[in-house]
Design a protein around this ligand. Structure first.
Ligand SMILES: Nc1ncnc2c1ncn2[C@@H]1O[C@H](COP(=O)(O)OP(=O)(O)OP(=O)(O)O)[C@@H](O)[C@H]1O
Length: 289
């Protein structure tokens, strides 16, 4: 797809496919063209050229759009004077969904107790959840969510991460946008990265990790002994506030070495410092904002 607004080229020649059964992150700095792309996908903006389809059908031609694609583009677009349940009921009725659909959707997003409140009194996090309830209303196989994590508190972030992962595990297609890789890093399987309206990277999240040096962070109550054992095994180690950093190592080998030396570990993880760095290199300076 390509979209130009007068002189501004918002999206140029962008091509990608999103697969079911996984969560795909659509990433890029502010102004990269994510929202414009998602709006084209949902038939809200007409592409200058190109097409976007769901299983071969354009959004506008879908027989039952709410039951096919659930979308949440602007969390703030609900009328402040109406209740969440009322909003959802109107959409459910016009789409011929069962009367129970609004309550089921509110339940899924943890807003059951707040359905009768005016949306105007909702926090940003609650509006995000309501946006998601709207997306889930028709129990669709595809979810398209613009910045769904933005505005959520840590508990909300954990909650949405689990929900999106569960949706993907059920075989649904989940596409979420974000301007921060770190925000979605633990949620996505695949990434599509754009910058200045063009595709700069497409692949599994791990494909972003181009760092040659693999580091392992490991900790034990007897940290000194752990460091000695690893040094004797030929590893270069340094002390961190929260453990020992081992250069050029993989977590499985370090875990086995500690086990063989009879050192109980209190922490063991492979550091993936390359991800964020690769992301920033791909999107340029603005990505740091
Ligand atoms: N209706 C419009 N008229 C003119 N220019 C527009 C319009 N919509 C978007 N643009 C421009 O297109 C470019 C891409 O904007 P878009 O909102 O798609 O980016 P984004 O990646 O979603 O960023 P953000 O996360 O800040 O929303 C920007 O330069 C923006 O100013």
């Amino acid at each position: 797809m390509t979209k130009t607004f007068g002189q501004v080229s918002a999206v140029s020649n962008l091509t990608f496919t999103v697969e079911p059964g996984q969560v795909t992150g659509f990433l890029g700095p502010n102004g990269a063209g994510k929202t414009t792309s998602l709006r084209m996908l949902l038939g809200l903006v007409r592409p200058t050229s190109g097409t976007a389809t769901f299983g071969g059908t354009a959004y506008a031609k879908l027989d039952s759009p709410l039951q096919t694609v659930g979308a949440s583009l602007e969390a703030a677009s609900f009328h402040p004077g109406r209740s969440a349940r009322n909003h959802l009921a109107v959409y459910a009725q016009s789409a011929g969904l069962p009367k129970t659909a609004p309550d089921a959707a509110l339940e899924k997003v943890g807003l059951s107790g707040y359905g009768d409140r005016r949306v105007g009194g909702y926090s940003l996090g609650m509006r995000q959840r309501l946006g998601l309830a709207f997306a889930l209303l028709g129990d669709p196989g595809v979810l398209v969510l613009d910045e769904p994590i933005n505005g959520l508190d840590p508990e909300g972030i954990k909650w949405i991460r689990l929900l999106l992962r569960a949706m993907a595990a059920e075989g649904r297609t989940v596409l979420i946008s974000s301007h921060l890789l770190s925000e979605v890093q633990q949620t996505v399987d695949d990434v599509i990265i754009i910058s200045h309206g063009t595709l700069v990277h497409r692949g599994e999240l791990s494909s972003l990790d181009t760092s040659d040096t693999k580091q392992v962070q490991v900790n034990a109550e007897d940290r000194d002994r752990l460091a000695t054992v690893l040094t004797e095994a030929g590893y270069q180690v340094s002390n961190l506030r929260s453990g020992v950093l081992v250069e050029n190592a993989d977590a499985a080998t370090i875990g086995r070495l500690a086990f063989e030396a009879g050192i109980p570990l209190t922490g063991l993880s492979q550091k993936r410092t390359g991800l964020e760095e690769s992301f920033l290199t791909l999107v340029g300076e603005e990505g740091a904002l």
